[in-house]
Design a protein around this ligand. Structure first.
Ligand code: GDP
Length: 384
């Protein structure tokens, strides 16, 4: 019973789920291991280690740290991101029964894709494109296209089924004709080897397409995995430049990273970690950059709850209204929502404490139409 409850909570909380994909030997596992090592802090989530391919990571938030300093709560609970290591995607996966399909199904459950691309030379590590394992020269753009093609083919299959369904429905009701046309045009686009995210159409049609849960509609972050030298001299890295050009053309993000270095960084904490980063001349670990990048890509923000028992950060989408934000905490609070008592974190800092901010009239009472802002410190009043 308890486990069931925990898993449900996990699903509710971890709505941000990132799938790590890429060809074999590009550094996915290295990155995943670094991420999950660094994520040890999320021990407040007991459900985190059920599946070895799933890792939970605490979202770094200086505001939460500050609140915990002030309140010295029994529990400090950061927002979390779930990472899934989706290994085994190779050329032919979309055709392959069994495993190939399973990988694609795993990707379908994610909010965004972290596509790891090999941007390092190492003759000891084979560059694998197809299952057969032939060693070919490192080619980041070719690699991206190989993975994309599998996702596009899987989408094409799905879109064709949607066309059939809409055409059948149109026999009974003409309003489905438009849907059939839109998906037919999309099928042609995919068939030409282009991803759904580059399909040009009206906003209404985009919304219609968004109902179909396509793999190539998911936001992508290309993690350009370089060796130490490449990472240290990024502006001279030709592989990285190629990935950046490709990403710019489709409006995706690029995260320059050195997975091997991340592994070393992940083993350190606190001051030691900071010293190591200073030595390397980098401001933040790749993991922290990856988290920030995903937040902005997915339009996510955090609000905070605070008190002696727990200080906690919660992830929501930009534009979420107060009752739905409350629903993140518990469905009862959403159902019985009365009002939200809100102090902006920056105001609290400006006046020195919650009480001082209250005295200055900075505590706002907000109703059900209030759109929660990043860094809002909220106390929900509710009645069920
Ligand atoms: P995966 O198949 O994509 O999960 O790849 P792995 O993470 O297992 O990495 C494949 C091999 O490449 C391993 O031997 C890693 O140590 C190595 N590797 C990963 N990142 C780097 C890197 O930045 N530089 C070098 N030289 N090797 C790397």
């Amino acid at each position: 019973m308890l486990l069931e409850h925990n898993i449900k909570t996990a699903r509710e909380i971890c709505f941000m789920k990132l799938g790590i994909v890429g060809l074999p030997n590009v550094g996915k596992s290295t990155l995943f291991n670094a991420i999950t090592n660094a994520g040890a802090e999320s021990a407040n989530y007991p459900f985190c280690t059920i599946d070895p391919n799933v890792g939970m990571v605490a979202v770094p938030d200086a505001r939460l740290d500050k609140l915990a300093e002030i309140y010295e709560p029994d529990k400090k609970t950061p927002a979390v991101i779930e990472f899934v290591d989706i290994a085994g995607l190779v050329k032919g996966a979309s055709q392959g029964a069994g495993l190939g399909n399973k990988f694609l199904a795993n990707i379908r459950e994610t909010d965004a894709i972290v596509h790891v691309v090999r941007c390092f030379d190492d003759e000891n590590i084979m560059h694998v494109v197809a299952d057969a394992g032939t060693n070919v020269p490192v080619d980041p753009v070719g690699d991206i296209e190989a993975i994309d093609m599998e996702l596009i083919m899987a989408d094409l299959d799905m879109v064709q089924r949607r066309v059939d369904k809409a055409q059948k429905a149109a026999k009974g009701d003409k309003k489905f004709l438009h849907e059939a046309d839109v998906f037919k045009a999309l099928a042609e686009h995919l068939d030409a080897g282009k991803s759904a995210r580059t399909f040009d159409c009206s906003d209404d049609d985009k919304a219609l397409i968004a109902t179909s849960d396509l793999l190539t509609l998911k936001p992508v972050i290309y993690a350009a995995n370089m060796d130490e030298d490449g990472f240290a001299n990024q502006k001279d890295n030709e592989y990285l430049k190629k990935v950046q050009t490709l990403a710019a053309a489709e409006g995706s993000e690029v995260l320059p990273i050195c997975a091997k270095l991340e592994q070393d960084i992940a083993e350190l904490e606190g001051e030691e970690k900071q010293m190591f980063l200073d030595e390397l001349g980098i401001a933040e670990s790749g993991l922290d950059r990856l988290i920030k990048c995903s937040y902005s890509l997915l339009g996510l923000i955090s609000f905070l709850t605070y008190g002696k028992d727990e200080c906690r950060a919660w992830t929501i989408r930009k534009g979420t209204k107060a009752p739905q934000a409350a629903g993140k905490i518990h469905s009862d609070i959403e159902r019985g929502f009365i009002r939200a008592e809100v102090i902006a974190y920056d105001d609290m800092i400006k006046y020195g404490s919650v009480n001082a901010a209250k005295e200055k009239g900075q505590l706002r009472s907000e109703g059900k139409d209030y759109v929660v802002q990043d860094g809002d410190m909220i106390y929900f009043r509710f009645n069920v």
